[in-house]
Design a binder for this molecule. Structure first.
Ligand SMILES: [Mn+2]
Length: 227
């Protein structure tokens, strides 16, 4: 039977939405997906119980309340999505099911485990990199170089250095103590993290699957969900 992956919905302009590319990446890797909107935790657990893995996709800014900071450039925030993400991450981690985080997914995973974020990279760091390059230049396949730790699992999938797209203005400040950074941008920003059962990336591999080797991230995640 194909593995069943829970994909978390987003809210944009009064619609529950999810970019099709996430679904396509998982589907190409051999999985079936169910898209979950916000709901009661009791029913969320019942749906997640049926699933073999969780993909936490990109989306809006993370509420800084989660890491005990005042709002200083985080917008927009959707409380229902915040609760959906946090409870799904908590449940799947506790039940030892694989989690794949993308963009906001990486940020909320870090916050869920006690880490903090830069709420706005251009105004709160002295970085010279444009981490919103892909959006500003409508360049889904271009962004900046990342360097990958050769001891990480990510290295076995992508090698030691490559260009990724970049669609974010928030980013990891303090990494949660149980997570390991597995890739960095040239300005030192964490661009990927991993720990047992979790892999998350700051860029958008689902928009780059036409380029080798980005589909490998989806294939690897789905193969872990098969076990
Ligand atoms: Mn970036």
């Amino acid at each position: 039977m194909k593995p069943k992956i829970a994909l978390l919905s987003r809210i944009n302009d009064d619609r529950y939405t999810l970019n099709q590319a996430y679904y396509d990446g998982l589907s190409t890797a051999g999985a079936d997906c169910i898209i979950l909107p916000p709901m009661s935790y009791v029913n969320l657990h019942l749906f997640l119980e049926q699933c073999d893995g969780l993909l936490v996709p990109g989306g809006n800014d993370v509420n800084p309340k989660i890491y005990d900071e005042m709002n200083n450039g985080s917008f927009p925030i959707e409380d229902a999505i915040e609760a959906l993400d946090l409870e799904s991450i908590r449940y799947m981690f506790e039940h030892k099911k694989p989690i794949f985080g993308i963009c906001r997914g990486l940020q909320i995973i870090n916050a869920a485990f006690g880490g903090t974020l830069y709420q706005d990279l251009p105004t709160q760091t002295d970085t010279k990199l444009d981490h919103n390059y892909s959006l500003n230049n409508k360049a889904p396949l271009n962004g900046h170089i990342i360097k990958i730790d050769t001891k990480s699992h990510l290295y076995t999938l992508l090698g030691s250095e490559l260009e990724v797209n970049s669609y974010h203005h928030q980013g990891i400040k303090d990494l949660a103590s149980n997570l390991k950074a597995s890739a960095y941008a040239e300005d030192g920003l964490v661009e990927a993290l991993e720990t047992d059962g979790i892999l998350a990336v700051q860029w958008h591999p689902e928009r780059m699957t036409s380029l080798m080797p980005f589909q490998a991230l989806f294939n690897d995640f789905v193969s872990k969900c098969r076990k």
